[in-house]
Design a protein. Structure first.
Length: 723
């Protein structure tokens, strides 16, 4: 029986019921120009093997200095571009230190390729001789330089081939020869692995430095996507790259080992489906055990194998099978110790940590409860203590915990909100990053044993002072009860001069993608505050499919991704109209990428709920998107044609209601510009009027120069005119 729809508002947390003390209006230039930008770092602090010291690049980017964790005092200078012999540069971008500390790699001239991949000029710095020289004699930039465990060698990729540098003999060897753009890749990854598995390096050294294992990609049969680059000239150019769309061929992958002594290469016949994936390889502490992690194309079966690099013999160590899909993020998080390993599984309905012996026998279940682990930090093997982050307190919040060898759990983070931690190599110290809805990021260095804060590294005091001059209201958290019976987490931002007797338009903010979260207890002053300043109430909503609420809530959208998400957004918007101060005839929605897709779906399924919407860089049909992401949640179009049809904004274009602004960058290698073009054509043929704005040669992020200010000005004017 259908029950009467009831709207329930439950205040989880009210940060401020009054406007801030200042009276200055928030302008769009403040939002886009960085007035409210948090200082999110203090420079990267990298633990040294002893766990008592860390290294850091100085602000001038010309030195690497070693510091003591406990005091924060500098101990010595590991590299100085001004005093190093034969150094031809004054500044650099990054650095790497070998395990012995005798060699460093200095990286400069970074050249981005895609979202995560890049190549750089790379220099070898001999610490003992204080001498700098190019890593390679080819004169070319390199990718993914990787030290051997003994620090005496380095493997790297140049133009899709693996090269090897032996420092002792100052020799360079080309390991592979047939690598070629859009054909064969060694060691590095193809576009879809980089984008969806977040991996750019599939090389691994054995612990005795005698073998180098690597994955080979054969992209020959992957369809090629052509992207037009208009530039400033009279004639555009074309950029071609391999992009496997849902249901189409992936790269053919194979696993190999290279023997340093004999220079022989061996094909390792790991049991992986012909169209399956190897998202990660990693040698364990045993040089005869190469851990190879595989997924089938459906992502429903994860296997962990140990493969001998000499014989090629493989053994199945762990199998995790899911009726929907295995989250590949937990494959990347799997951690090896000398006698065990840690893995996060959702086999009981929530993400929890399990510890296994090195042979794959479960030793213990480290965490349990009706809540999700959100990050596996690591294992202190000396005490068998596991460190992690979780949403145990609330899906909106994160805390840092440890569980010792006896199963005793201790909460390390002391503040309520969103916490994350990075530990020293010996787990004696950790850097905690804390924020909540009315507290900008605070970064502190803590002692693990006592929980004592040794010093504050960043408190964003300047930002707090700046905020005091502006008039605005902090976010408030709500729970919305939908007509379908689901309780959704939400936040609301009201104008500083809010008057409950008035009627306000509403703009819904959302992303809605699988395992994402837009509603969390963290600080942010963004576009929502500018809109609120101009009389538009803003509401963020997390519907079904989003994270930190258990596997069923996360994965109930399986095979129909986008349908339930849109339904929840429509019903959340309708529920909001029961507030007396909300004008139910002036509801808007917007989003970027998956959020743009959800905007289009909601405006097509909402039967006029939304008066206006903005969709930026949107997917418009899952057939257009890549194999790894799409098939994880939808399987292939050949297997799930109905699911693809019912979740396609292109096929639902005739049902679109409300004023629409469609925005895309023409050089978007992720969600291709063609998606918006084909959707626009579907609207034209359906007789639907809409607005569209294009950014020339901009990628998925649509930024650079004055672009962001122009973009948000365009969207703001659209809302003022139509909402």
């Amino acid at each position: 029986m259908k029950k009467t729809v009831v709207f329930i508002v439950f205040m989880l947390f009210i940060s401020s019921i009054f406007a801030q003390q200042g009276n200055k209006r928030i302008e769009l230039t403040d939002v886009v120009g960085g007035t409210f930008r948090q200082e999110t770092g203090v420079g990267e602090l990298r633990s040294m093997p002893d766990g008592e010291h860390y290294t850091q690049m100085n602000r001038e980017r010309n030195m690497v200095v070693r510091y003591a964790y406990r005091t924060g005092n500098p101990v010595d200078t590991l590299f100085n571009a001004r005093t190093a012999r034969d150094c031809t540069f004054e500044t650099f971008d990054d650095y790497m230190i070998s395990s012995t500390g005798f060699r460093m790699l200095i990286l400069r001239g970074r050249e981005s390729i895609y979202r995560r991949s890049f190549k750089t000029e790379t220099f070898d710095y001999d610490v003992r001789r204080n001498m700098v020289k190019p890593l390679t004699e080819t004169g070319k930039k390199v990718m993914i330089p990787t030290f051997s465990p003994d620090g005496r060698m380095c493997a790297y990729v140049i133009e899709n081939n693996i090269w090897l540098k032996k420092f002792d003999f100052d020799t360079e060897i080309q390991v592979t020869k047939d690598g070629a753009p859009n054909q064969i890749i060694y060691g590095a990854t193809d576009w879809v692995y980089e984008e969806e598995f977040s991996v750019t390096n599939l090389m691994s050294w054995s612990s005795d430095s005698e073998y180098l294992a690597y994955v080979r990609f054969d992209e020959t049969q992957v369809p090629e996507y052509t992207m037009q680059i208009y530039g400033d000239g009279l004639y555009p150019e074309y950029y071609n790259f391999k992009y496997p769309k849902a249901g189409y061929p992936n790269s053919v992958i194979s696993l190999h080992s290279y023997c340093i002594e004999t220079r022989d290469t061996k094909l390792l016949n790991v049991p992986v489906d012909k169209d399956g994936y190897i998202p990660r390889i990693a040698f364990t502490f045993d040089p005869e055990q190469l851990a190879v992690m595989t997924l089938n194309r459906h992502h429903s079966i994860f296997n962990l194998y140990y493969v001998n690099p000499k014989s090629g013999v493989s053994r199945l160590i762990l199998k995790d099978e899911n009726k929907r899909y295995v989250d590949s993020d937990w494959i990347n998080a799997l951690q090896f110790a000398k006698n065990s390993f840690l893995y996060v599984s959702e086999k009981d309905g929530y993400a929890h940590i399990y510890q296994y012996t090195s042979t794959g026998v479960q030793q213990r279940r480290v965490t349990q409860g009706n809540w999700d682990v959100t990050n596996l930090i690591g294992l202190d093997e000396a005490t068998n203590t596991v460190y992690y982050e979780s949403a145990e307190e609330s899906p909106l919040r994160r805390s840092v915990y440890k569980v010792d060898g006896k199963g005793i759990k201790t909460r390390l983070s002391t503040e309520t909100g969103t916490n994350s931690a990075t530990f020293s190599a010996n787990y004696a110290y950790y850097i905690n990053r804390f924020t909540n809805v009315n507290t900008p990021l605070n970064i502190s260095l803590c002692e693990t044993k006592t929980g004592k804060t040794l010093r504050t590294l960043q408190d964003n005091a300047a930002l707090k002072t700046t905020l005091g001059g502006f008039a605005y209201k902090d976010k408030e958290f709500l729970k919305l009860q939908t007509a379908s019976g689901y309780e959704l987490n939400a936040w609301i931002v009201k104008p500083a001069n809010f008057d409950a007797s008035k009627k306000y338009p509403v703009m819904i903010f959302q992303y809605s993608g699988p395992n994402s979260q837009s509603v969390t207890d963290r600080f942010e002053v963004g576009w929502e505050q500018y809109l609120a300043t101009n009389g538009i109430i803003c509401v963020g909503v997390d519907g079904r499919g989003t994270g930190a609420r258990g596997e069923e809530f996360r994965k109930c959208t399986y095979l129909k991704m986008g349908e339930l998400e849109a339904k929840d957004l429509v019903e959340a918007a309708q529920a909001l109209t029961q507030f007396a101060y909300i004008d139910g005839k002036r509801l808007g929605i917007w989003g970027w990428s998956f959020g743009g897709y959800s905007t289009l779906m909601s405006m097509s399924m909402g039967n006029g709920t939304f008066k206006a919407g903005i969709a930026v860089a949107s997917v418009t049909d899952w057939r257009y998107y890549d194999t790894v992401y799409t098939e994880r949640f939808m399987r292939t179009p050949q297997e799930n044609a109905n699911g693809y049809n019912t979740t396609s904004p292109i096929q639902l274009a005739k049902n679109l209601q409300g004023k629409l602004l469609l925005i895309h960058g023409t050089a978007d290698d992720n969600v291709h510009f063609k998606q918006s073009l084909d959707y626009a054509e579907a609207l034209v043929q359906a007789g639907k009027q809409f607005d569209m704005h294009i950014y020339r040669d901009r990628d998925h992020g649509i930024s650079g120069g004055n672009t962001r200010l122009h973009l948000y000005t365009k969207m703001s004017f659209f809302l003022m005119d139509n909402l």
